[in-house]
Design a protein around this ligand. Structure first.
Ligand code: FES
Length: 157
């Protein structure tokens, strides 16, 4: 009787240990299988394009001051040409607004003159100016990844 009980307990214990080890193996393999499945699908991060079309010269008569909210850029036009100035404050990245004398940041009060040069901190440097080109159809393209020297203005026909 005692032997039979031991056998039953032994088998039961063996079954329990077997099930427990299978369970542990399955649990341990979940991250590996999950990671492998995840690697089968490529992870692609799409970044916003730094180049964008803004229309033709007719859209920007002399005296134009237009803020493109999505691109965070000001497009301005005067008798010397068309130019693009970043609307992103060089302090901590808030979006500046246009004032009569230039630009101002609403976050910490930095002020820039009409060319984007800092006239009151804490902004550490001027607002960048961006390259403007024109394609064969006359469409004007701004490339916010290409800075140009302050004062660079573009005349298009
Ligand atoms: S983010 Fe513009 S002054 Fe601080």
């Amino acid at each position: 009787m005692s032997n039979e009980t031991n056998n039953k307990e032994g088998v039961s214990r063996r079954n329990f240990l077997s099930l427990a080890s299978w369970g542990a193996a399955i649990l341990a393999s979940i991250p590996v299988v999950g990671g492998s499945l995840r690697m089968m699908k490529p992870t692609v991060h799409y970044e916003e394009s730094t180049k964008f079309k803004i229309g033709t010269t007719e859209n920007f008569p002399i005296g134009t001051i237009r803020k493109l909210d999505d691109q965070k850029v000001f497009i301005l036009s005067d008798d010397e040409g068309l130019y693009a100035i970043s609307a992103v404050c060089t302090h901590l990245g808030c979006i500046v607004f246009k004032t009569e004398l230039g630009f101002q940041c609403p976050c910490h009060g930095s002020r820039y003159n009409e060319r984007g040069k800092v006239i009151a901190g804490p902004a550490p440097r001027a607002l960048p100016w961006f390259e403007i080109t024109q394609d064969v159809n006359g469409t004007i393209i701004v490339d916010a990844s290409k800075e140009v020297p302050q004062g660079t203005k573009y005349k298009f026909v």
